[in-house]
Design a protein around this ligand. Sequence first.
Ligand code: GLN
Length: 313
Amino acid sequence: MAAFDRGAVSALLDRLVAEGRAAAASGRPADYIPALAAADPLAVGAALCLGSGEILESGESRRRFTIQSVSKVLALAYVLETRGEEAVFSRVGKEPTGDPFNSIIRLETSDTRKPYNPLINAGAIVVSGLEPGSSGAERCAGLAAFVREAIGGRTPAIDEEVYRSESGTASRNRAIAWFLDNLGLLGGGVDEVLDAYFRQCAILLDATELARVGALFALDGLVPGSGCRLVSVRHARIVKGLMITCGLYDGSGEFCSAAGLPAKSGVGGGILASALGRMGIGAYGPALDERGNSLAGIRILTRLSEELGLFEF
Ligand code: GLN
């Protein structure tokens, strides 16, 4: 597809949402956070955001869902801007693990004694500990204000039920946080840092808003539409580098070979992706594969990248 033909791209999105829905049949929503299990596995949507801020969308693109691990890239960009690179990368690395997102094993076995990267749970909890503020609510409110600027306008709410459901069942994340505390990596008390992390995972966005965030990174830190700088070029590149190598956990290499785009998934079913200088993409479908990535989202992003030639390498 040479020139950008809006009608053709809208029709393509409709086709890909239908393909995504078919792909969703082989998975199911996350249930280790009990409140997520109720999601409709066939609710699938997708949206693109161009540099101008214009949105093209299809399917359940306005259905809100908890962003879960997609919050890890927002929190990373926010903390890089507010605390700086040294504060972050003295406590967390930039290397992929090949392990599941909630793995704890390398915290003890690695020589560096810090989480491998900010997009696995251990690294993200360290990042939450660097968010300005003391209580979890205060830290998350700062992040929500940053997200409001990124998506242009609305301050996102959190899903109280999902937040409480995760907080009440999170023995594994609590174990990780206590281990991080033992390593001296938490910038606050264990309970308040975890509370910030659970709240940020429960932030509610829709696929159009994920696409706006993707476009912010595609523009190297400029807000789509307004052109205001929210994230420095350097920080935007760091975030994208980590997305391409670690954004889909132990499925990152496979996704990168198939779609060629920096992206970040969450167990709520969202995936955001960023096509340099061109567009941001948000995809939603709560049925997950065994690694915790949205089946519909992977299908939609992979096919869209093929059809529009979005490969970045
Ligand atoms: N809140 C989730 C957790 O910590 C986020 C995980 C994810 O989206 N992969 O388990």
